[in-house]
Design a protein around this ligand. Structure first.
Ligand SMILES: [Zn+2]
Length: 445
């Protein structure tokens, strides 16, 4: 029985509670074709669910996860039939093509759409802001696999092996949660000896996103690296709007045109005060992106902040295909600045808030490192969905204050008591009911 002082939790949105999401992910894993030829003793879905559980519980290593093999909560909470050993998990997942996991992300995304949870993320004219950015998560001089990027030190000849990925997430300036889509590995492509790069990965990723979400209206936000003509033409061809950073150093021709536009009074400006700070927006339309692509015209938007002494303390500049008006300019500036959420709320959360992104769970010879990174991103998507939609999750987080404390409590409860579901476990943490639970039977194996 809950005590009367216990916090009241509103009803969890159907289909978006932790247990409903775990079931959705498990069913999606069950739909994936098994890449192994001979009849395997451990189903692929169980191996994938086990790795997903490892990242959901934020286990620090595959070895730590291995200690859960006899834990009956693995069956009741995550619905896993047969739990592989750490060696079996590596062997099963290493040959798996990482792209096979994309439909699982899409299933969660569609559940968010069905639950109307994405509606508050519409940013402008029916469009969602899609932030893209690359990050590295593995680097070694020794450990490597077929898909590692290779960097050779010109002086010493020493080779560094790396893994990077291009992340994509729906973001909104008013919302802390981000909705990651399936990322694109930046890796050596099949049969190629050449290194891959973020630009090629973006080309592949945007095509996949368009194929998977043919009618999704998107406004793509990226940093200055993306403001090149081939990429912008790609975006337009895929029916995606863009709002991309530009830098005076990299786009000298564009900024010369801007100076000219200012001189001819073709730039609309507006300014306002926020305390001592003066904020200023300027925009103009139809400037050529660069000298060699003068047919590619873009609209230009800039935002600056000046301290009381006149010193410019912030300056941001973007190009876009959207028509900018006085009424829309401030909103677009907020959208452009929300790009940092892919770095801060996505990659930094994965690196610093218990997800162990960048840690080595086992590298494999083919795809294991990439498959693990994708599954970690999937666990993050499910966590973000719970944070966004599940009042019970939010209440537990609020009670424990930090994500780290939340994951620590989750793991220790999971280890020491028997639960019927994740909701059961979360309710026990929320209402301090652990002492009333029966202890699990002693492990005599
Ligand atoms: Zn590798």
């Amino acid at each position: 029985m809950f005590t009367s002082s216990a916090p009241v939790v509103r009803k969890v949105r159907k289909g978006l509670s932790s247990d409903a999401l775990y079931e959705l992910v498990r069913n999606a894993f069950g739909q994936l074709p098994d890449h192994r030829h001979q009849k395997a003793s451990i189903p692929l879905a169980d191996a994938l669910s086990s790795a997903f559980a490892m990242f959901s519980l934020k286990d620090p290593s595959l070895l730590a996860f291995d200690e859960r093999r006899n834990d009956q909560n693995m069956k009741t909470v995550f619905g896993i039939g047969q739990i592989p050993s750490d060696t079996q998990m590596r062997e099963i997942l290493d040959p798996l093509e990482p792209d096979r996991l994309r439909p699982v992300f899409n299933d969660v995304f569609r559940q968010l759409q069905r639950g109307k949870a994405l509606e508050p993320y519409v940013f402008h004219d029916g469009c969602y802001l899609l932030a893209l950015d690359g990050t590295g998560y593995f680097s070694s001089n020794k450990v490597h696999c077929d898909s590692c990027l290779e960097k050779k030190n010109k002086q010493t000849g020493e080779v560094t092996y790396q893994h990077q990925m291009l992340g994509a997430a729906i973001v909104h300036p008013d919302h802390k949660e981000v909705i990651p889509l399936a990322p694109e590995p930046i890796q050596k492509q099949d049969g190629s000896t050449k290194n891959d790069c973020e630009r090629n990965a973006a080309k592949r990723l945007l095509r996949k996103i368009r194929q998977e979400h043919p009618r999704l209206k998107l406004l793509v936000v990226e940093d200055g690296l993306a403001s090149n003509a081939p990429h912008i033409r790609d975006l337009l061809e895929l029916g995606m709007h863009f709002l991309l950073g530009v830098k005076p150093g990299d786009h000298a021709f564009l900024f010369d045109q801007l100076t000219e536009a200012f001189e001819q009074d073709h730039v609309t400006t507006m300014s306002w005060k926020e305390g001592d700070v003066t904020c200023e927006i300027g925009f103009t339309h139809r400037l050529p992106l660069n000298e060699s692509n003068q047919d590619l015209l873009v609209n230009f938007l800039q935002y600056a902040e000046y301290a009381a002494d006149g010193h410019r303390r912030k300056y941001f500049t973007w190009v876009t295909d959207l028509r900018i008006t006085r009424g829309k300019a401030r909103h677009l500036v907020r959208g452009g600045r929300a790009r940092w959420k892919i770095e801060n709320e996505t990659f930094n959360t994965l690196k610093n808030q218990g997800y162990q992104f960048g840690h080595n769970f086992g590298h494999g010879q083919q795809n294991l490192s990439v498959v693990f990174a994708m599954l970690m991103m999937l666990a993050f998507l499910v966590d973000q969905t719970q944070q966004l939609c599940c009042p019970l999750f939010r209440a537990v987080w609020k009670k424990l204050r930090t994500k780290r404390a939340l994951w620590d409590n989750l793991r220790s409860h999971f280890r020491h008591f028997v639960f019927t579901s994740m909701q059961h476990l979360q309710e026990v943490i929320l209402h301090d009911l652990a002492k009333e639970l029966p202890a699990p039977p002693l492990d005599t194996s």
